[in-house]
Design a protein around this ligand. Sequence first.
Ligand code: ATP
Ligand code: MG
Length: 413
Amino acid sequence: MRQSQLFTRVSRQVPKDEVSKNAQLLIRAGFIHKEMAGVYSFLPLGLRVLNRVIGVVREEMNAIGGQELTLTALQEKSLWEKTDRWDDRKVDVWFKTCLKNGTELGLGSTHEEPMTRLMAQYVNSYRDLPLLAYQFQTKFRNEMRAKSGIMRVREFIMKDLYSFARTEEEHAVLYASVRAAYLRIFERVGLGKLTYATFASGGIFSKYSEEFQTVSEAGEDLIYVDEASGQSLNKEVLSDEVLADLGIERERLIEKKSIEVGNIFTLGTRFSDPLGLKYRDENGQEQSAFMGCYGIGPGRVMGTIVETLSDEKGIVWPESVAPFRVHLLSLGQNERANIIYQEFTAAGIDTLYDDHDASAGEKFAESDLIGIPYQVIIGKKTIENGEVEIKRRENGLVERVALDALVGYFQKR
Ligand code: ATP
Ligand code: MG
């Protein structure tokens, strides 16, 4: 894409009403637009990143047999009354509205109820289970605090997966497969080293749930980590009893601030019982399906990447989620850069081409702020020598590459 055609502009001004680093950088670099507190739109660059995060999550969910669908945001009151979750004291983030005839409706903040009711229509026999269903779907949450940029918003896309098993033992197998997929996802998006599967309070059917917590000063959570074993637990569950149960020694734990990027939960029959999700087992007996739920917020993941991997110059996108792979910077050499851009495009090298009329200094500063992994710099001197410079955003290392080897350089990687 030619940067001159991009309607967004990079700004030097730090937005005054933003306290979080992710919102400041993403707004300045033109990835997102603030509509109001806790509500952001994704602009062309931002949507590319969000879609790439979603792509990684989707690949991993499909790889474990997840079936993708989309449920509606509009929710019926009567359905949520069946599980006693319509009441605002039970779910305190509801946005509610009503039809013209006065019938109350809610905007879904999560989807256990509609997903369970849906499956009740399709699941009859033990042969219909197990199954995994998931979606990327817009959630609405009337959150109290909205100071963390795109990490805590009132409208956001969530990947929510639901597992339906015949027995608790079968559930354990599904749970382990999703857990492993989550670890792969955080590894792939560049957060692997900073992210811990963390024990947190469970529910009725399991002692613990697990949160995937990324260590960051911008986090709203506190976790305790045993770095030697990699074990981690949320402050909310920290007690002598839990430590003994998990075999963790208190002295080894280090307190860290962290961001919850995902979580996984055993639901048991909490929803299948009241909503009638039953199957007939091999002996013809009716049984309730045993469920789990598994969430990730791709926008929160994107914000977390900005919080944890950026430097004093700006954002540093890992290649797996970068809006483009290459930022082609023409330093007054558009004639030559046009040709290279065409070659890159023909070779399928995803390129943002800075064809603007601006100084080299401005272009470097803007490019560092945007954070694309490779900067290919087309300057007068190097071109005369038949070369270009390639700078890695991640570490600032510069290489010279011959013009005729340039396309090959990116195709080899
Ligand atoms: P938190 O404890 O941070 O409020 P939660 O426990 O309510 O989150 P879930 O309901 O399990 O979170 O949601 C699953 C995932 O969705 C979270 O792990 C997070 O990645 C994302 N998420 C939750 N709330 C928000 C939000 N307000 N804005 C953006 N992403 C969110
Ligand atoms: Mg939580």
